[in-house]
Design a protein around this ligand. Sequence first.
Ligand code: PMP
Length: 464
Amino acid sequence: MSANETTTDTRELQRRDSAHYMHPFTDTKALSAQGARIVVRGEGVHIWDSEGNQIIDGMSGLWCVNMGYGRHELIQAATKQLRELPFYNSFFNTSVVPAIELAGLLAEVTPPGFEHFFFTNSGSEGNDTILRMVRRYWDIEGKPKKKTIIGRKNGYHGSTVAGASLGGMSYMHEQGDLPIPGIAHIEQPYAFTLGRGKAPEDFGREAAGWLEAKILELGAENVAAFIGEPVQGAGGVIIPPPGYWQEIERICRKYDILLISDEVICGFGRLGRWFGCEYFGFKPDLMTFAKGVTSGYQPLGGVAVGERVASALIGRGSDFNHGFTYSGHPVACAVAVANIRLMQREGIVERVAEDTGPYLRKRFLELGDHPLVAEPQTCGMTAGLVLVRSKSHNEYAPFDAEDGVGMVCRRHCFEGGIIMRAVGDRMIIAPPLVMSHAEIDLMCGRIRGALDRTADELRRLGKL
Ligand code: PMP
């Protein structure tokens, strides 16, 4: 068979995959030895692989297919726009209708004070844009020394040079000499390890206090902004303690530091509000968005620019020398418009807040009676639990990191027809927002089955 001929044969696809395709965040040699699972179709909350296995997508693709697979409204919006105008740019005093419409719609669904939107292709590019925008802002304000942006350890803000630097993933910093200068990190508000034995409110105040300490160490006159995800996603669904974000906001205001909410995961309904900052009750100056804006049907990201920064950049600035060929791509924007309208029509954000989010909480927390499970938690349509060797009351014995227990559990999930992600020994989900009660039941049943099989395997290996 010629290498160019289309095939549906799994082995042949795997062979070609390993011959030519370098996957993101992947040990290509190890994957080649094993062969990739090839996903060929999606419908509702399910995907199918090339072997015909039907799997519940507990991760919404990569936290993005919020409205589920196979939505005709989105497919039609894309094809209509492809026919009409597949591409034109927004440089050189031109504009395109879908980008105009999308910016207007975003002004409607974002919190008050957000009237301007800059488009990128991804969340990473959104955060790169923010880094340049923030520094430009302080230049215009006549405070060019205010350059440093503070992020958090185990935060994730993307994989480009600025995105990976703002993030606090040490395994990313190890490659490519990151972080770049002008970026600092504080500890994450992870109660499971750092807040043991403390009242949640006290831990919230303490964890926010790490920001104040860092600002004082660097000198407020050198600090431009603080960036954080309302709930850390890729870090393992780390839900901050009560009061944390209010205190972070107070500290940012006190020292005149811009507050950036990275809404790439939490935005567009994931927590049962349009944006995660609304769920936690704080007002950022800038928000990064991507993923759920199109439900993943087209690559699109961007920056919601709040009044303070917009009035400087637009009112007192000149050109902002930044942008991408595909900023405001008409097809991506047309799909985003259709997606937001679909979300509004179906009242999906309210449904997550009032119905499916609480139901997921009820069912997911029941997993807490499993001997391997510690501290299951949910927030809207996202959830996480910790795998532990043993537990009594609130004392947990962790597994050794080398045991790779999260990966064992992830394999059993996959084989049992549910995609869960492992972050160390944290097992996490972020299912499509359209998931029904029956599908939540099915998902939680499969998770329990996978936990049982994980325990069996660990016992066989003498690790339990
Ligand atoms: N910010 C956050 C909070 C994310 O979760 C991600 C992706 N998982 C990004 C930024 C980067 O987005 P992208 O992969 O689209 O560049």
